[in-house]
Ligand binder design. Structure first.
Ligand code: HEC
Length: 298
């Protein structure tokens, strides 16, 4: 990314974006060859307006599908900041989490707008942030260089086409693919949403939403009992792979557990009837599937 930053000064943002999307090896090659790939508006793009990925570079050309947008934009550019426990507004744009935290998930800054609203790019908060006319905060990527309209048009098109997920086939067995915050993670501020993501769509009728909750775990449980945190649990019909838990108030600094509790082990089922059983600990009826720390604000 150093090359990307260094190259982004003089030649305009399109150049920087193409270089970024090609990766630093390709960038060095372009500069070394001294070619005019980045000089004008349409140059460096193929006949379909896609950046030219050099043969053998292993780069995926930018197109209006999720895997390509992830590989060319979210991973190399956005997840410099939007990753891990310090991700701004709880938005992680790494490959494991971006789709599930974007599609049909309300923005933290403007909660009346979803980050990505399938079919409606104008009312998708991510587009407003990328174009620099969102009601709150700055244009993304923060501090620039910003994405050109032609690059943003690929994200717009993906959203207009229904914001379809990755084309990479999921494993056959029902699995939990990601929990946010991760187990043992330290998050710099209260997470706006806590997420359990699966690789298959869940069967809503099989889920007992009361069986997932968050507790504040105390350092000495014999003196002070864990406190249950008031929260809503949702499963979106647009992306029924993710259970979201929304604390009704920001979590104060402390140690928290994401807890599955049930008299019998809770079973999550997918639409094919496959179940995933989470074993509860020692007959306690409870299983902490992730415990994380919310840090004191600086
Ligand atoms: C240099 C760090 C940095 C980079 C790189 C960056 N962001 Fe951000 N992003 C932030 C910060 C900080 C905020 C919160 C403050 C603000 O909105 O100005 C934010 C907020 C956002 C939000 C609002 C989230 C919400 O739920 O309200 C979106 C959407 C967003 N960024 C998308 C992106 C995308 C897409 C990229 C890559 C093209 C990107 N950002 C790159 C730092 C960054």
């Amino acid at each position: 990314m150093n090359v990307f930053r260094a190259a982004s000064g003089g030649r305009g943002t399109l150049c920087a974006e193409i270089l970024a999307s090609l990766g630093s090896r390709a960038c060095v090659a372009l500069i070394a060859a001294g070619i005019a790939a980045c000089a004008g508006s349409g140059e460096g793009l193929d006949a379909n307006g896609r950046p030219l990925a050099p043969e053998g570079s292993g780069a995926v050309p930018l197109s209006a599908d999720f895997d390509s947008i992830q590989a060319n934009i979210f991973t190399p550019i956005c997840s410099l900041c939007h990753v891990g426990g310090g991700a701004p507004e709880g938005l992680r744009l790494d490959a494991a989490n971006s789709f599930n935290l974007l599609v049909a998930v309300p923005s933290t800054e403007v909660s009346s707008l979803d980050r990505v609203k399938p079919g409606d790019p104008n009312n998708s908060y991510i587009i407003q942030k990328l174009e620099g006319h969102a009601a709150v905060g700055a244009q993304m990527p923060l501090g620039g260089p910003y994405l050109s309209a032609s690059i943003i048009s690929f994200i717009r098109q993906w959203i207009s086409d229904g914001a379809q997920p990755s084309a990479v086939p999921a494993a056959k067995n029902l699995l939990i693919t990601s929990i946010v915050p991760e187990d043992a993670e330290r998050v710099s501020e209260s997470p706006p949403q806590i997420m359990i993501a699966f690789n298959h769509d869940l069967d809503v009728s099989q889920i007992d939403r009361r069986s997932v909750h968050i507790e504040r775990l105390m350092p000495d449980p014999s003196c002070e009992a864990a406190q249950r945190i008031a929260a809503r649990v949702t499963l979106s019909s647009i992306n029924p792979k993710v259970l979201m838990i929304w604390p009704s108030r920001p979590l104060v600094a402390g140690h928290y557990g994401l807890i599955i509790d049930s008299a019998s082990p809770l079973r999550f089922s997918d639409l094919a009837g496959q179940t995933l059983t989470i074993r509860t600990e020692n007959g306690s009826g409870k299983s902490v599937i992730s415990s994380f720390d919310v840090e004191d604000p600086p």
